[in-house]
Ligand binder design. Structure first.
Ligand SMILES: Nc1ncnc2c1ncn2[C@@H]1O[C@H](COP(=O)(O)OP(=O)(O)OP(=O)(O)O)[C@@H](O)[C@H]1O
Ligand SMILES: [Mg+2]
Length: 256
């Protein structure tokens, strides 16, 4: 019964920024429970904007967004409640520098969700264990590597026990040798059935983790395909062009 209701549903979503730029020009997308959707496309096509509309960081000007069948883009929506259900991790792990890892992890559950400190602590320790950082709870963020900090940022999102996780280029500012450890954590979440929308420029990762690839261009979804097809035989000229450009940039990058 409930399985038929998409976990996230966007219908004809239009987002126009105050300068008049139409960042989303009618985007419709249903994401099922435990599905992993990889969102790719050229810079500026609207990927981050799309994720940000789902947890209310960007109000929309047209269409609607529903979580578990409940429309959230209506007046009176409790955004703190929505953000407890929709976890988000950004490119730049924005941990509070003056708080320890544990301090960062306890903040939202104890202040916003009113979970007891003892329960939040044991949840935090279990999650840190899972990402290989059980012994770093009392460290300050600056004592951790970029990859470790990003794993803490993922744990912080998981502390609220979200129904869906939005990941926006979470490895983009990491040194190459730290990318793997972060992606492995995300692969583990996918195996455990976490519903995720993942924006990434790591094409190998998108191919490995996603059930479906969404290719966007100029504020629209241009192509939807299983990764096996998207990465070998994209149908739209724009996706073909994008994948070619991407390969070139990667080679160029490694040559530098
Ligand atoms: N606050 C803003 N005000 C005005 N325009 C914006 C704002 N944020 C983004 N835009 C514009 O909206 C479009 C979509 O931006 P968005 O950040 O969603 O792209 P993206 O696909 O995430 O790009 P990238 O791959 O570079 O992260 C871009 O043209 C961008 O310049
Ligand atoms: Mg972006």
């Amino acid at each position: 019964m409930g399985a038929l209701v998409p976990t996230v549903s966007l219908k004809d979503v239009v987002k126009t920024y105050s300068n008049g730029h139409e960042a989303l020009r009618g985007v419709s997308l249903d994401v099922s429970r435990s599905e992993v959707v990889g969102i790719v496309g050229p810079s500026g096509c609207g990927k981050s904007t799309l994720l940000r509309t789902v947890n209310g960081l960007e109000p929309i000007q047209g269409g609607s967004i529903a979580l578990d069948g409940e429309i959230i883009t209506v007046p009176g929506t409790s955004w703190p409640a929505i953000r407890a259900k929709v976890g988000m991790v950004f490119q730049k792990y924005d941990l509070f520098p003056h708080l320890t890892v544990m301090g960062n992890l306890l903040l939202a559950p104890t202040k916003v969700a009113k979970v007891s400190k003892a329960e939040a602590r044991s949840r935090a320790l279990a999650l840190l264990e899972r990402v290989g950082l059980a012994d770093r709870a009392d460290d300050l963020p600056r004592q951790l590597s970029g990859g470790q900090q990003q794993r803490v940022a993922i744990v912080r999102a998981l502390m609220m026990e979200p129904e869906v996780l939005l990941l926006d280029e979470i490895t983009a500012s990491l040194d190459p040798e730290m990318v793997r450890e972060v992606l492995d954590v995300v692969l583990g979440l996918a195996r455990d059935g976490m519903t995720m929308l993942i924006v990434t420029h790591e094409m190998d990762f998108a191919r490995a983790i996603a059930d479906r690839i969404i290719f966007m261009d100029e504020g629209k979804i241009v192509e939807v395909a299983p990764p096996s097809r998207f990465f070998t035989a994209p149908e739209s000229p724009r996706a073909q062009q994008f994948l070619n450009t991407f390969t070139f940039q990667e080679v160029h990058h490694h040559d530098e």
